[in-house]
Design a protein around this ligand. Structure first.
Ligand code: ADP
Ligand code: ASP
Ligand code: MG
Length: 419
């Protein structure tokens, strides 16, 4: 049987007619090289942002089910257009919605999780020598509604399909040459990483490197999918995400990541008794709010009340506020402060596990930039600092330089994994 490859094209890679034709030509080239091709396409250019804006023009808090009906159209447009372009190149292509492709999700609208991929229709089309195009970022729920997978979700569609059809590789074509040591939009001398381990990629995706959606990396790790993240606009080798056992050495620091899409909530006057935190975070969990760093300050002394702060995605602020209302009344919480002007900067490296002094250096570098750290959060291979949003670019640049990550691209062949 011919090997299968999954090729995913992001929004900028299909933004106009010329780019769709270019993606079609790349897909056809793989087919002509003797591979079966499943291609996953994102919505064109800023389509998803425009659809969200259109929804907000008619409703302050759009119904999530209807939001999914709306947002899922963007990727369908790309797929139908690309199928037309492929047909004109003399190959047979069929475009499928997520639902037609057999992507089954749970029922959490706008952030659904894939729970099953029933790929028989795709397999049949491949056997009939067709190129299969699947609309990214969407599926059908167990209650038969259209769902979407959260921003950047086409990456996860691609990885899930790669697992389902046992593809030899899942190629993620995007507007950068691969995964870099920092966002190349902020750090001009960021370096392309020839390989990155799942462990590090998970931390990077979770802390803002949106080049791969976090869930796509989780899914690839669980199902053993090989991800190759590369440029739509060149043939250069990109970044391969590999198992920890395949990385030959662990650099101290691999990357600096950042996000400004965070918000901070501080609850004051929280009663200092067992069960208070449980009540707060249960209410948030039931509302589907994903909470990140949690800090509780408990001043010493009789009857003194605690302050609880936590970070969350800015998109979840409204849901969090709504969920906190009743529990705040019940517990007698005196204040809920919402702060959207926060950002996070993180350094990631599997090598920091065995090296003391990394945290001290991070704090020193930020101090020299006169950047105040509000909350610190660590994992064995990551240090994250919550800072003011407007200080984020300077913090990223300073940390990238201080840890010696710059210096242009160091191209190494795949398989030769020292960095
Ligand atoms: P696509 O539309 O192809 O899915 P995304 O916009 O989702 O593309 O992701 C690619 C973008 O991710 C890049 O343009 C880059 O600005 C950003 N990015 C952030 N951090 C990194 C990083 N460490 N390496 C590469 N790109 C990054
Ligand atoms: N179009 C969706 C988004 O902009 C999904 C994706 O591109 O992966 O988030
Ligand atoms: Mg993306």
């Amino acid at each position: 049987m011919q090997p299968t490859v999954v090729m995913k094209f992001g929004g900028t890679s299909v933004a106009d007619a010329q780019k769709i034709r270019r993606a079609a030509a790349r897909i056809v080239a793989q087919r002509e090289a003797g591979r079966r091709v499943v291609a996953v396409l994102s919505a064109r250019g800023h389509t998803t942002d425009e659809l969200i804006a259109a929804a907000l023009e008619v409703s302050a808090h759009p119904d999530p089910r209807e939001m999914d009906m709306l947002l899922s159209t963007g990727e369908r447009i790309s797929c139908a257009l690309c199928a037309m372009a492929i047909n004109d190149l003399g190959h047979r292509a069929i475009s499928l919605t997520g639902s037609q492709a057999g992507i089954v999700t749970d029922t959490s609208h706008t952030r659904a999780r894939i729970i099953d991929v029933r790929a028989d229709r795709i397999r049949k089309a491949l056997e009939e020598d067709m190129i299969v195009l699947v609309a990214g970022f969407q599926g059908v729920s167990t209650s038969r509604d259209v769902t979407t997978l959260g921003r950047g979700g086409s990456d996860t569609t691609a990885v899930a399909l790669a697992a389902a059809v046992s593809a030899e590789v899942c190629e993620i074509y995007t507007d950068v040459d691969g995964v870099y040591s920092a966002d190349p939009r902020i750090v001009p001398d960021a370096r392309k990483l020839p390989v990155v381990s799942f462990e590090e990629m998970l931390e990077m995706a979770a802390s803002g490197a949106k080049v791969l959606q976090l869930r796509s990396v989780e899914y690839a790790r669980t199902h053993g999918v090989r991800i190759h993240c590369r440029s739509s606009f060149s043939d250069a080798t990109g970044t391969v995400v590999v198992g920890e056992e395949e990385t030959m050495e662990n650099p101290l620091i691999t990357a600096v990541t950042h996000t400004t899409e965070e918000a901070l909530i501080t609850l004051s006057g929280v009663p200092d008794r067992p069960g208070a935190a449980a009540a707060i975070f249960t209410a948030l969990a039931e509302a589907g709010v994903n909470v990140d760093t949690i800090v509780q300050n408990e001043p010493k002394g009789e009857g003194v009340q605690a302050e609880v702060s936590f970070t969350l995605a800015a998109d979840d602020l409204h849901a969090a506020e709504t969920a906190l209302g009743p529990v705040a009344t019940e517990l007698g919480i005196s204040g809920i402060a919402l702060d959207e002007q926060v950002g996070k900067v993180s350094i990631i490296g599997a090598g920091m596990r065995s090296h003391p002094g990394v945290a001290a250096k991070v704090f020193q570098v930020l101090a020299e930039e006169e950047i105040n750290i509000e909350i610190i959060h660590t994992s064995p291979i990551k240090i994250t600092c919550l800072i003011r949003e407007d200080a984020v670019p300077a913090a990223v640049l300073a940390l990238h330089t201080a840890f010696g990550l710059g210096g242009g691209e160091q191209e190494l062949p795949i398989g030769q994994q020292s960095r």
